[in-house]
Ligand binder design. Sequence first.
Ligand SMILES: [Zn+2]
Length: 300
Amino acid sequence: MSRQKRYWTVVSVILIWLGVLLTGCTLEGWEMAGERSGNASLPSEAEGEGELRVLFLDVGQGASQLLISPSGYTMLIDAGNNDKEDEMLRYLEAYGIRHLDLVIGTHPDADHIGGLDRVIDQLDIGEVYMPKIQSNTKTFESLLTSIRDKGLKVKTAKAGLELTWDEQVQVKMLAPATVTDDNNNMSAVVKVTYRDTSFLLTGDAESESERVMLESGANLRADVLLVGHHGSKSSTTARFLNAVKPKYAIIQVGDNSYGHPTKTILGRLAKQKVEVYRNDLQGTVEIVSDGQGYQIMTER
Ligand SMILES: [Zn+2]
């Protein structure tokens, strides 16, 4: 440790203790919050450097990712099924989120956008992105109504977009690159890069979309992969997995009759020595990046 760094460490420790004395918080409470579980984030003043938090919220059979940037900007990708609306709102409240700078509905299926209407009704929303594909379901229409009632306009999610979020973090959309009437393959795929760390969030993109992404020449490499379509064997082709080369994989899955996640995909991930985390087994999974490495916490 350099002398300067040691100096700053000592100064931070003193400042933290002063903060503790002044606010009456206990350090114990902070450690618990840091250890995880849905409740609170560490006070940002106590952190030496900015951290990117990516939460794979346990919404049962469905998907939802909440991202909090190093400077405190927020992003929500999907919000689980209709029957998870209250749970979604509770999660957001627990994490102290009242404003979402970016909201992305990956595709119109209910297990992804079902809870988004209530979230949009209840919170202060910046921008909303969705792919250009319609659906005649009540769920989809109710989402459009919420967006309209809030005076918001949907921006088109498509490959090549670079979203403005936090200047320290790059947010790129890698799909959809083509237009198809297949909901899953129209999924918005988002790559989030913070210094040396990266996350690839794939919605329900299947092999067809994976092929197009591979052919586009986009840089698919990412340390953390949200496994496509809840671990269905229609996604996560060997070629795609090879290009992403993740260290960690998250499967957002709950009780289901589809056989998700499939043995094929679990086997493929194991063969590549990818460390797998699952909502159905571990509850909400939180990955914190300091820009160089990862800290992974699970609810159980
Ligand atoms: Zn899905």
